[in-house]
Design a protein around this ligand. Structure first.
Ligand code: ADP
Ligand code: MG
Length: 267
């Protein structure tokens, strides 16, 4: 009870107020309140804020800082291969992408509802860019995210499987509200890999969101997984609660190269 006594005794003395606030804000872990209370109090006196208004303004700053720190942390732990934002994405290059749908996905509500997103389209169309951009939005709306390529996800599961810890690994992965599996289809999976991939998708069914990018339409996933039945069972689970975005058009890279070449010719 010594701490209570310390508070009681210092609170009686105005000169102890700063020390008391330093102590209380430390115990409550509210560093923004510690940093801002004095300057905001001056502002409050000048503008004749009520006590309630002052309290709300101070707490709002603390909440804003905490949310920003959470966002930074979630973006760091997602392991995005590059920082690609939706704001940097040029929608005019991709008329096949529905803007209203993209705006809806950017709110992150699909993650709250454990729904999936499938991005299909040819190489260079912007699938990875969109997946990262949407992943960043999800992180900024409070959801934990983890991204990797399909082959790396398989390697991770295979290692856990060999160690006899596949269930534990799947459980660990379920702690992430959104997992992003990039580049399904570039490398065909053998039988074991296909099964591990199926288990990953099945373990998240209606539990947590999966975002998948692939250069192949669903009709060719049987080739990737070496088994039409496994592929069909997986697609069923993926698309049951999902937005499927089928992107078509020119590769952004090819287009950029063509434009450069055209400029060269004109000069
Ligand atoms: P995919 O994953 O479909 O093969 P990427 O997302 O890797 O394609 O896109 C290839 C490159 O082009 C990346 O550097 C990406 O940032 C860029 N890019 C693609 N589409 C767009 C776009 N519409 N606006 C801006 N950059 C784009
Ligand atoms: Mg890609």
């Amino acid at each position: 009870m010594t701490t209570t006594n310390t508070i009681a005794s210092t609170s009686m003395r105005p000169d102890g107020l700063a020390a008391q606030l330093a102590y209380l804000t430390r115990v409550l872990r509210v560093p923004t309140v510690a940093a801002c209370w004095e300057q905001l109090a001056d502002q409050a006196r000048e503008a004749n804020w009520s006590h309630e208004e002052y309290l709300a303004a101070l707490l709002a700053r603390q909440v804003a800082d905490r949310e920003a720190a959470g966002n930074t942390m979630r973006i760091r732990t997602a392991h995005f291969p590059a920082v690609k934002t939706l704001e940097e994405f040029n929608l005019d290059h991709l008329p096949s992408l529905r803007r209203d749908l993209l705006a809806h996905l950017a709110t992150g509500t699909f993650v709250a509802k454990a729904e999936n997103v499938i991005l299909l389209g040819p190489p260079g169309i912007g699938k990875t860019h969109l997946a990262i951009g949407l992943g960043i939005k999800a992180a900024q709306t409070g959801h934990s995210v983890l991204i990797d390529t399909a082959s790396n996800w398989i390697n991770r599961l295979a290692a856990a499987h060999h160690a006899g810890a596949l269930e534990a690994e799947l459980k660990k992965i379920r702690r992430y509200r959104l997992i992003i599996i990039d580049e399904v289809g570039y490398i065909p999976f053998d039988h074991d890999a296909a099964n591990l991939f199926f288990q990953l998708v099945a373990s998240r069914y209606e539990q947590g969101s999966v975002m998948v990018t692939s250069n192949l339409p669903f009709g060719r996933w049987g080739e990737v997984f070496g088994d039409e039945i496994v592929a069909a069972a997986m697609i069923d689970r993926l698309v049951h609660h999902a937005e499927v975005l089928t992107l078509s058009g020119d590769s952004y890279r090819t287009r950029a190269r063509r434009e450069l070449l055209a400029k060269d010719r004109d000069n």
